[in-house]
Every structure is written in structure tokens, then in C-alpha cells.
Design a protein around this ligand. Structure first.
Ligand code: PLP
Length: 381
């Protein structure tokens, strides 16, 4: 059996998304900047896609800018806000994705003051500390992710948005993991910037978008032609854009049913792990359904001599999961997110992340294989 439980890293493309993209690979190849009919036809597809995305977010098409993905959108929002809006202070957390964390660190090296908001031992943001940081520092940009990609913790965007509004701070949220999994109602969120990445919701890789609230005017991060209304130079990834909009449309159309299905998988996984592996725990609040992303479950496994081989052993059994963020794989450095939690470093960590294509049988199979690795005789403590 082959099981893919690494959907926070990337998802399989939906067949209908691929079908929607195909004509823009094969037939409609014009450059959208060309004014002849070949170009105009493609331009129309881009603007239709922009409107679709905007409508789903209750945003205006003028607030949506297509990018090469979440990383570029995060970089654009943070770097351009800092350089153009007189930002002197950034508030972020140590559990952000590197798309945010490394961007902020590079600005820190150039003299911008950075504060890391306190987290509790489950990795949740201390809102009182956040308030004191925002209140006592004018010209602040707050960049905090909505849903953590490794442990699934959710941030209350409404509370942080209200706080930022009260003290006049800019608010960017890395919404890559929650976009098209939750309904973001932009007019009510008080976000200045949000981001999406199509490959996290059954769309193609290498395409994403930046939502810029109309109250903000920033200049491009990538300079070049006049594409994206002068906000992002470079010939548009047309079939990517069409695929992103289609994937988002499908995600919204079936969101409640998919959420119910995926939550069912997560609940089953929690129950089965507890029943089969003595002493299993969960990282962050990922077993708390109300406060965590429904697609992610991060298990904290008992100390075991073979914990270093955990992912390898599961891989041999046909199960693809992750030990932390796939974006760090290949690096010998452990997860910077897990390092911030109060957890026993001898314990193993494994992230299962689910999609609409997973089944209960796959959950049962993965728990069966995992529990074989944690039989009492192989457990060292
Ligand atoms: N932010 C988060 C929370 C992510 O999980 C990821 C991807 O893993 C990114 C940003 C980067 O997105 P992209 O792969 O589209 O550059």
C-alpha cells in the first residue's frame, strides 16, 4: 500500500484543475501583454482568474497579485512594507516558516528592530505580550502565521487584527496553510497582507498570490515589465494562474464536506495512535480540533533507539510523512519549530498531513506500521 500523508508539504493536483490548465499550455499560448487576439484571449483568462480568487475572498480584483508562490508573496509583503511604510520594528515569532523568518532576519541584519513574541510551551502566541510589543513601538509590522505548517497551531486572526488596528500597526499573515482550507472574509479580517500558494490546495506548484488590502500602496519587489499592474515584473505564469483559480474554486465549493472528511481522518488517527502506542503525545495543540489546522497532526512519539530512522522505516512501508517542514529536508538542522516547544528531545516527531484524497484505511495502515515500530521490546524508555 502507498500512502501519502505529507499534504502540508504539497498536494496532488486535482484532475479538473489540470484539465482547466491544459488549453493554456497547448492552444492559448499568447503573451498576455500582447495586444493582438492571441494575447488578449490569455489576458482575459488571467483577469477572470483574478476575479474568481477575489470573489472567494470577498476582496476586490485589484487587491490580488499573482506571484511565484507563498515565499515570494511573503517576501514582497514584508520587504516592501518595511522599505516603503517607514517600519522601524517587526514583531514575529520563532515558529514562522522560513519564508518569513529568514526574510525578517535579513532585515534585522540591516538595522530593523525585531521582537519575537513570547510563545507558551505549546507554541501558542502570548497575546498580552504581543499587545505590549505593538503598543510600545510605533511603526510596527506584525507578521504572524495563521496556521503553523509543522504543528498546525492556529492564530486568532480577528484578535490580532483588532489589536493591530487599535495601535496602528501593519498586519501581514502567512496564510499559506489555511488558504482555501478555511473561508477568509477579507473585509472583516483587518489584514493588510495575506498570501496563498496553489500547491497547498490541489493546484499547481510555482504559483501563488499576495492579497494587498486596498488601503496599502507598495511598489514591486520584482522589477521588470508592467505586469500585475506594475506590481510584479515578468511574463505571467498563465496556466498556473488558471490552475490556482480553478483549485480555489473547487476547494470552496466542497470545503465543508472535505473538512468533515479530513477531520474524521485526524480524529481516527488520534484515537488509534493513543490506543496503539503507549505514551504517545502530540506536538503543539495539534490534537485540539478547535485550535489547530484540521489537515495537520503532529505526533510526539516515545523515546526509541530507532527514532532517527522513523521516517525511513515508514517510507519502506510505503508511507510518506514528514518529521517537520519538508522545506528544511536535506538540511542537517532539526526543526526550528519543534525546538521552541517544551518537549522531550529524546522523543520522535512525525507530522501526518491529510487531504481529501486520503482514506480511513490509509490511517489504519499507517498506525499499524507505526505501532510495529513501537512494540514494548523495541522501546528503550
Ligand atoms: N509559508 C508556509 C506556512 C508554508 O508552509 C510554505 C510552504 O511549505 C510557504 C510559506 C512557502 O510557500 P511556497 O512553497 O509556495 O513558496
Amino acid at each position: 500500500m502507498k500512502v501519502y500523508f505529507d499534504n502540508a508539504a504539497t498536494t496532488a493536483i486535482d484532475q479538473d484543475v489540470f484539465e482547466a490548465m491544459k488549453p493554456y499550455m497547448l492552444e492559448h499560448f499568447g503573451n498576455p501583454s500582447s495586444i493582438h487576439s492571441h494575447g488578449r484571449q490569455v489576458r482575459t483568462a488571467i483577469e477572470r482568474s483574478r476575479k474568481k480568487v477575489a470573489d472567494l475572498l470577498n476582496a476586490a480584483p485589484a487587491e490580488i497579485f499573482f506571484t511565484s508562490g507563498g515565499t515570494e508573496a511573503d517576501n514582497t509583503a514584508i520587504r516592501c512594507t518595511v522599505s516603503e511604510k517607514g517600519i522601524k520594528h517587526i514583531v514575529t515569532s520563532k515558529v514562522e516558516h522560513h519564508a518569513v523568518l529568514h526574510t525578517v532576519q535579513s532585515l534585522e541584519k540591516r538595522g530593523i528592530k525585531v521582537s519575537y513574541v513570547d510563545l507558551n510551551d505549546k507554541g501558542q502566541v502570548d497575546l498580552n505580550h504581543l499587545e505590549s510589543l505593538v503598543k510600545n513601538n510605533p511603526d510596527t509590522l506584525v507578521t504572524l502565521m495563521h496556521a503553523n505548517n509543522e504543528i498546525g497551531n492556529l492564530l486568532d486572526l480577528n484578535k490580532v487584527g483588532d489589536m493591530c488596528e487599535e495601535y496602528g500597526a501593519c498586519f501581514h499573515s502567512d496564510t499559506v496553510q489555511s488558504m482555501a482550507h478555511y473561508k477568509h472574509d477579507m473585509p472583516n479580517l483587518k489584514l493588510d497582507f495575506a498570501v496563498g500558494s496553489a500547491h497547498k490546495f490541489h493546484g499547481p506548484k510555482g504559483i501563488g498570490f499576495l492579497y494587498i488590502n486596498h488601503k496599502n500602496k507598495i511598489h514591486p519587489f520584482i522589477h521588470g515589465g508592467a505586469q500585475e499592474r506594475n506590481m510584479r515584473g515578468g511574463t505571467e505564469n498563465v496556466y498556473g494562474i488558471v490552475g490556482l483559480a480553478k483549485a480555489m474554486e473547487i476547494a470552496y465549493a466542497d470545503m465543508d464536506a472535505h473538512r468533515k472528511h479530513i477531520e474524521g481522518l485526524k480524529i481516527r488517527m488520534i484515537e488509534k495512535l493513543k490506543a496503539n502506542i503507549d505514551g504517545v503525545q502530540f506536538n503543539g495543540v495539534s490534537d485540539d480540533l478547535d485550535n489547530s489546522l484540521y489537515t495537520v497532526l503532529s505526533a510526539c512519539l516515545p523515546p526509541n533507539d530507532d527514532n532517527d530512522m522513523l521516517l525511513f522505516n515508514l517510507d519502506i512501508a510505503g508511507i510518506s510523512a514528514s518529521g517537520g517542514s519538508a522545506c528544511s529536508s536535506g538540511s542537517s538542522i532539526g526543526s526550528h519549530v519543534l525546538a521552541e516547544l517544551n518537549r522531550d528531545q529524546n522523543r520522535g516527531a512525525i507530522r501526518f498531513s491529510f487531504s481529501k484524497y486520503n482514506t480511513l484505511e490509509e490511517v489504519d495502515y499507517a498506525v499499524e506500521k507505526l505501532s510495529e515500530l513501537y512494540q514494548p521490546e523495541t522501546t528503550s524508555a
